[in-house]
Design a protein around this ligand. Structure first.
Ligand SMILES: [Zn+2]
Length: 95
């Protein structure tokens, strides 16, 4: 096991994963929010900015999660576009 820098808070820690023990818990909470978002509100091409606004997950962390294998089939754009905000706001999003 080597010493790594946590990608989330920058703390050094020894582990095989990318985040420290504290952030692992936060990651799990974020991931369950993200999965909930995709289950309830996903439209193809939804932007990272919109997901971030709805879930409170930072775009930096979002980028990391979206690289995970489990989100392979999900199509997300970088920023809001013409089929973005209006379409999403007609859904049942509780902000
Ligand atoms: Zn950390």
């Amino acid at each position: 096991m080597e010493l790594k820098k946590c990608v989330r808070c920058g703390k050094f820690f020894a582990s095989d994963v990318d985040v420290c023990h504290e952030c692992e818990k936060k990651d799990l909470a974020d991931l369950s929010k993200l999965k909930g978002f995709f289950a309830d509100n996903y439209v193809a091409g939804v932007s990272k900015v919109q997901i971030s606004a709805s879930t409170g997950i930072s775009t930096k962390n979002l980028n990391r999660y979206l690289g995970y294998e489990e989100f392979n089939g999900i199509y997300v754009t970088e920023d809001a576009n013409e089929n973005g905000v209006e379409k999403l706001s007609t859904g049942n999003v509780n902000l």
